[in-house]
Design a protein around this ligand. Structure first.
Ligand code: HEM
Length: 512
């Protein structure tokens, strides 16, 4: 009897059997999804690929595009599959089950970030992949846990605290002390990254890491490694489990070894001492955390999250600003005229000066329009929900567990979201702070800081820091010159989008 059955266990039969089970499974999962979509009265978005092989090819293409710094191009190629009913959102389904949506549609971004906020979140998978680095912080959690973090962090960014410009002044002066002589080439990006980590550590911990003075610090190298590997792990999830993680874990340990002594010092203060301190200027973000919780892990998670949020975003935006200004001498000159009119060549700007300088703010808006610091983002459906259909069309059904990738970068570069070009309004790909003089973007078409309940907590801090830094540099230097190949510059997307070639530049000091 066994002998008669043996031929059935030949490898070929096993392969055919397995394949048949997979096909049946896929048909079943797909039918279940189709039922859910129909039962909700909605529709699918156009499909990016119609079979698992084409879908796997797309995932592979995304991985390659990321490695070759062509992610935007690859993302935009998705619209080849779009239809007039859904011109800017498509879906991908490898297994027939959970889908991934890709969108650059402001109405869909608005839905996930605000009108259907409760239905979308970071989700369990995001939390799993990011937890070793960012723990249970504001960035990795949803619902009550996220709300608790937000309530804790927000008071630290009220105007009173942000308008104290002492840290910015001190650190800007240290940074500018590192600029070489007039006309010599240097990498401004390197200095901006060191400057912003020094500012944010000072702001959070009351003591700076001083990377401007100590560029080879282990902390900086570890912070960089961890972020780079984290980006790759998120892109590859759920296959991240197969990626070697020794360097990643070692890096996280270095970050913790740096932060833990600060946490211990803050926790050594009792509530009475913290209360007393809270009325003084030396009361830091860390003290506020220690007042709220005695759990060192909670404090560690929030501190690392804000370090991440506060360093690269502002450094990258400053880099892109000077990259663009170096190509437009007339824009630089106009900005300098405004700054000199308000602050003269040496006076420190006040908070009100910074907020009232229109052209300065237009310059920052314009940079964030072309280079939103977080170019790609993702949300997961926490419940069965939908994305709004075009007028007269049914909604697109989204099932719990589906992901929605959205790109602020791709959306903000969509030509059809802008008025026609004219002498008053440069084509959308051109850097032109002037466009902001008479134009306001349509709602949800310009969201570098996100929108809705999860809008960036540090927005005002970031804008104040960047404006301050620009003012102090532009006051001193009458002209800047890009010393790399301007056209060869590229957008390197990790968590934040940075200039791939750094910012090789020369600055010419104004004669007093
Ligand atoms: C140019 C500068 C910045 C830009 C463009 C920016 C942009 C963003 C964006 C797009 C998000 C949403 C992320 C998400 O929900 O997935 C965000 C969240 C956040 N940002 Fe910023 N950010 C900047 C600077 C800062 C700074 C300097 C800080 C703090 C020092 C900060 C703190 C935060 C925090 C805590 C969140 C989480 C908010 C939440 O989930 O409720 N950001 N930021």
């Amino acid at each position: 009897m066994i002998q008669q059955l043996l031929p059935f266990f030949k490898p070929l039969y096993i392969a055919i059997g397995t394949l048949s089970i997979l096909v049946v499974f896929r048909i079943w999962v797909r039918a279940r999804y189709a039922y859910k979509v129909a039962a909700a009265g909605g529709v699918h978005a156009p499909r990016l690929a119609n079979n698992p092989f084409a879908a796997a090819r797309w995932i592979y293409a995304i991985g390659v595009a990321q490695a070759q710094n062509r992610l935007l191009e690859c993302f935009n190629s998705a619209w080849t599959w779009a239809t007039p009913e859904s011109p800017n959102t498509v879906e991908l389904n490898i297994s027939g089950g959970r889908r991934t949506f890709y969108t650059r549609d402001p109405e869909h971004i608005k839905a996930i970030l605000t009108s259907k906020f409760a239905d979308y979140g970071k989700g369990p998978e995001f939390h799993r992949v990011w937890r070793p680095f960012l723990g249970d912080s504001i960035f990795t959690t949803d619902r009550q846990q996220w709300q608790d973090s937000r309530n804790l962090i927000r008071p630290m960014f009220i105007k009173n605290r942000v308008s104290d410009l002492e840290i910015f002044e001190h650190r800007t002066m240290v940074m500018m002390g590192k600029f070489p002589k007039s006309g010599e080439t240097f990498d401004l990006m390197n200095l901006f990254y060191r400057y912003t980590i020094d500012v944010i550590t000072d702001f959070l911990l009351g003591e700076s890491i001083n990377s401007l003075e100590n560029p080879t610090s282990k902390f900086i190298a570890a912070f960089h490694d961890v972020q780079r590997i984290q980006t790759m792990l998120s892109i590859l999830s759920p296959l991240d489990r197969f990626v070697p993680q020794r360097k990643y874990k070692r890096g996280i340990k270095v970050l913790e070894e740096f932060i833990v002594p600060f946490i211990d010092k803050a926790l050594a203060l009792d509530n009475y001492e913290l209360d007393k301190l809270s009325k003084e200027k030396s009361f830091t973000f860390l003290h506020a955390l220690a007042k709220y919780t005695r759990d060192p892990k909670v404090i560690r998670d929030q501190i690392i999250a804000i370090l991440l949020a506060g360093r690269d975003t502002t450094a990258a935006t400053l880099c892109w600003t000077f990259y663009q200004l170096s190509n437009y001498p007339a824009t630089y000159a106009k900005l300098r005229r405004e700054i000199l009119n308000v602050c003269g060549p040496t006076r420190e700007p006040t908070y009100d000066d910074l907020k009232n300088m229109k052209y300065l703010n237009h310059t920052l808006n314009e940079t964030l329009r072309l280079y939103p610091a977080v170019p790609f983002n993702v949300r997961s459906a926490l419940a069965d929900t939908s994305l709004p259909g075009m007028p007269g069309q049914p909604d697109i059904t989204v099932v719990k567990g589906d992901s929605v990738f959205y790109s602020t970068l791709a959306m903000q570069r969509r030509h059809d979201l802008y008025p026609p070009s004219s002498p008053d309004f440069a084509p959308p790909d051109i850097f032109s702070p002037e466009r902001w003089e008479k134009w306001n973007p349509k709602a949800w078409c310009y969201i570098p800081f996100n929108g809705g309940p999860r809008i960036c907590v540090g927005q005002n801090f970031a804008l104040t820091e960047m404006a301050y830094t620009i003012v102090r540099i532009v006051q001193r230097y009458e002209r800047i010159e890009y010393r790399g190949d301007w056209d060869q510059q590229y957008h390197k997307v990790e968590i934040v989008g940075t200039p791939g070639h750094g910012i090789p530049i020369a600055m010419y000091e104004a004669k007093s």
